[in-house]
Design a protein around this ligand. Sequence first.
Ligand SMILES: Nc1nc2c(ncn2[C@@H]2O[C@H](COP(=O)(O)OP(=O)(O)O)[C@@H](O)[C@H]2O)c(=O)[nH]1
Ligand SMILES: [Mg+2]
Length: 469
Amino acid sequence: MLPRPYYLRTLYFPVRRALTSSRRRQISVFAVILLIIVSIRLLTNHTKPEETFGATVLVPPVKGALRFPGPPTYKKLWTWERNLPQHNLDLPFPEGKNGRFVKFSVQVLRLGWNNCFNEILMNTHLAYMSNRAYVFPPYYWTPDHYPWPRSQFLAREPTTPLNALISGPSVGGSWDEGDKAPRAVSDAWFDVVCPRSERRIINTVDVKPNIGWAEGTDIFAHWQKILLEAPESCIEIVPAPWEVDNFPQVFDLWLWGSNRILSLWESFSKSPTSRLLDTSPIVESAVARNKFLFLSRGPNSTPQPRDPYQRMLAMHVRRGDFSKSCENLARYGSTYYSWNLLPFLPDSFTPLEEGHPDRLKKKVRDSRSDYLHASKEHHTLDVLYILTNEHDEWLDQLIAALRKENWETIVTSHQLELDAEQIDVGMAVDMDIARRAAVFIGNGWSSFTSNIVHRRLIEDKPPISCRFY
Ligand SMILES: Nc1nc2c(ncn2[C@@H]2O[C@H](COP(=O)(O)OP(=O)(O)O)[C@@H](O)[C@H]2O)c(=O)[nH]1
Ligand SMILES: [Mg+2]
């Protein structure tokens, strides 16, 4: 036998030595640890692929399980927001160091995005009508809605820059050409331009009792007068003590959930705050990236518009925490939420009914036929998009029922391919797809649905295309 080359001997003998006693124990421990890590990774992997419609469906994460990719840092976007051009003390009035500002420190935080969003928009409108710059905060997540578990939080409290979620005047975008109204500024800039010592503080406890449960337009006019007439540059509106008012917002939940909000539709829907509201570039990129999912899968002979959104019916299946909320809403005798109450929409409020899949199937069928019937051009609706915060058996039953209803393409939120930032703004991505769809069916009690309806109506989508179940 030929002698073993020297380098092999030196490699070989140490291993032989290692396999004795303690080294062998070390290797076994390492192997067990590796096995545990691999098993955890496999068990918590959120992308368990399933085959449906010939496409891979991504099963959403198990609650509390690790999610990959992890949360975004938004490092560049935070810097971009910090450097907005209106963050400049030298700008002429009504911007700059002598500008006019109003910060709504009463705005709801740590609630669903849409409860925050409708308030952000109405407060922007009020600031604009008072010739003051609106001060925008980041979005503070409620941990239950954040797409990642606590173990993956990058900060004690997750926040998202508002410019990731929306674009337009509410987040510092320009007003109409030639409009000299001051542009919105970030709350960090407000601290620079309006140090605490220079702020006039208005507590809602001194204002709200005077207007009580008035019409939306009266509440708006009351605040507008105060903000317009105040000579101070810097105003901060702070909440009444909790014991006095547990909904201390300027436009509070009692208003959003009642017909009193409707008197504001006329001015709000025509306002530049509504008209210039836009989709954020991050949301836009997520929608574009997933467009192929919606392209026609029907026969070539079917007359089809080339734009898949013109062939789409989108349905917001609001589940999860809402099953409980619905019981409460029924108990309080609550009506639809906000713009879902607009009287010219085809589906008016009916007392809460069980959201059975068969009822939703009928709603989809009727909404499709009502729309096609009312439509002057020849249309095809063959793409169904289900936007949802849930993946459970109930949803599977619904999809199975709808599959029998001649939909060539059925896609749900869980099939979207998204990177970390796009996952973070996932609700806005779903809302944007629903905004574009020819027909939208939503949950009348949901602010998520109501904000989709708002944008659809601003863009002149016909009322017959906005339905509720
Ligand atoms: N991506 C996505 N998230 C949803 C959907 N429905 C609810 N959610 C999540 O649940 C939250 C619901 O809160 P909110 O936006 O205030 O709407 P509301 O509670 O229905 O009035 C959203 O902000 C999302 O985080 C959905 O269809 N798609
Ligand atoms: Mg909510």
